[in-house]
Ligand binder design. Structure first.
Ligand code: FAD
Length: 158
């Protein structure tokens, strides 16, 4: 099967956008990801999927921690910075801590996790994270991603 067909089909699934954050040698690192979902309520588990070439991968493996930052609609810049799409522009990035895990200021949800399992599947590694803590900001709407483009929510009134 053609790679483009597969990518286009997966892109039909509209998602939010997260930045996965971690820490290595006392240095914060982030990576844009939309492969994120909740797994279990008891215990509280989430999963992320990280490509084998991502520099983030060995950092999460070694630190055993990651943060999931669900981006607000005014944070497209962050998504592009952490996807390596804004290398020539200076965008100020502010990290803070949630239960000892680096997270991004201004995200609509910050979720700090301990890695409890990892599974190599094809060219990605799935990390299962046990949630340490959560912080929400209900004042903003989410950034969305669909068919390779950023979108925002529109309320439909019936
Ligand atoms: P690096 O190349 O190390 O870092 C990426 C960028 O983040 C670099 O430009 C770097 O300067 C910047 N950065 C990192 N840390 C900091 C910091 N502390 N301060 C300032 N800047 C920093 N890939 C996946 O594997 N899984 C997914 O689910 C996924 N979903 C995606 C969803 C979207 C909407 C997009 C746009 C991309 C997605 N990607 C996904 C691709 C992924 O974001 C890129 O391949 C990413 O650049 C690879 O990360 P890396 O760890 O190699 O990053």
């Amino acid at each position: 099967m053609d790679d483009r067909l597969f990518r286009n089909a997966m892109g039909k699934f509209a998602t939010g956008v997260t930045v996965i954050t971690t820490e290595h040698d006392k240095q914060e690192h982030g990576m844009t990801a939309n492969a994120f979902m909740s797994v279990s309520l008891e215990p509280k588990l989430v999963v992320i999927s990280i490509g084998e070439k991502a520099r983030c991968l060995p950092k999460i493996k070694e630190s055993g921690i990651f943060g999931v930052n669900i981006l607000a609609e005014d944070q497209q810049d962050y998504s592009m910075v952490f996807a390596g799409q804004k290398k020539d522009e200076v965008v100020e990035v502010t990290f803070e801590r949630l239960a000892g895990v680096p997270v991004l200021q201004g995200a609509i949800a910050q979720i700090s996790c301990d890695v409890v399992s990892e599974y190599v599947e094809g060219d990605h590694t799935l990390f299962i994270g046990k949630v340490r803590d959560i912080k929400l900001d209900d004042s903003k709407e989410p950034l969305l991603f669909y068919a390779g483009n950023y979108r925002s929510l529109e309320t439909i009134t019936v």
